[in-house]
Design a protein around this ligand. Sequence first.
Ligand SMILES: Nc1nc2c(ncn2[C@@H]2O[C@H](COP(=O)(O)OP(=O)(O)OP(=O)(O)O)[C@@H](O)[C@H]2O)c(=O)[nH]1
Ligand SMILES: [Mg+2]
Length: 256
Amino acid sequence: MINIPATPSDITGKEAMGWLHTTRFLTTAAQLHHLPPLGVPEIAFVGRSNAGKSTCINTLTQHKQLAFASKKPGRTQHINLFAVGRHNETDAVLADLPGYGYAAVPKDDKIRWQRVMANYLVSRPNLVGLVLLCDPRLGLTELDESLLEIVRPRVEQGLKFLVLLTKADKLTRSEGAKALSIARLQAGGGDVKLFSALKKIGVEETAQLLWQWAHGPEAEKLALEHSALETKALETHTGISDAALTHPVSESEPRD
Ligand SMILES: Nc1nc2c(ncn2[C@@H]2O[C@H](COP(=O)(O)OP(=O)(O)OP(=O)(O)O)[C@@H](O)[C@H]2O)c(=O)[nH]1
Ligand SMILES: [Mg+2]
C-alpha cells in the first residue's frame, strides 16, 4: 500500500537520509511508453551529460552502484526508476534520466532523446519534482534553459524544482557563492544549492527537501487519484527487483 504518513510535516536530514537509504532499483525504459504508470510521487534527475546525476542518486541513497556513474559522458542511456520506502510501502520514485549535450552522440540519437525527455517532463502524470544538476564551472547552458522553458508551465502548476550545482568540491568558497547567485538569477527565483558527492556538501538538505516533495499536498492528491491496480503494479515491479536487485542487461557492461 502507499504509505503517506499523517505526520510529521517535516523530518531531520538524518531521517531523510534513512528514508532514501531504502531505495532500490525498480525498472528501466528506453522509451516513454515502457515506463509503468505509477501512483506514487516521482522525482526526476535531469541535466547535461556528466553533470553528476547518477553520482548524486548514489550519494543521496548511500548505495555505491545503484545508478551507473562514469567518467565517460553518456553513460546513462535509459530512464531508470528507483523505488523509495520500505518494501510494500513505496512512497516515492526517483528517475535517473539520460544526460543531454554530449557532443559525441550521433545527431539522430540526440534529437530522439530530447524528444523523449521533453515528453517525459510534460506528460509524466506522477512527476512532482525536478532536480536539475549543473556543473557550476559550465553554468546553466542553452540546453538547460530550454529544459526550464519546457517545464515552466508545470512549475507554475506546482511542480517542485531544485537546481543542484554539483562538484562543489572543485570550487573555492567565493567561486561557490558566485555560482550560487548567478544560478539563482537564471533559475528565476527557484531553489538552488551547492552539492558535492565527494565532500558531502548539501546532501542532507537535499534529502530533506525530496522527502518534503514526496509527502506534500501533490503526493496526497496522487494517492487519491490512483487506483489500487496501479499501486499493485508498482509493488509487483518492486518485488521483482527486491528479489534480484540486478540492473538491466543493456546497462550491465563493465564500468570504467
Ligand atoms: N569531484 C567530483 N566529481 C564528481 C561529483 N559528482 C560526480 N562526479 C564525477 O563526474 C563524472 C560524471 O558523473 P555521473 O554521475 O556519471 O554523471 P551523469 O550526469 O549521470 O552522466 P550521464 O549519465 O552521462 O548523463 C564521474 O566521473 C563522477 O565521479 C562530485 O561531487 N565531485
Ligand atoms: Mg548518469
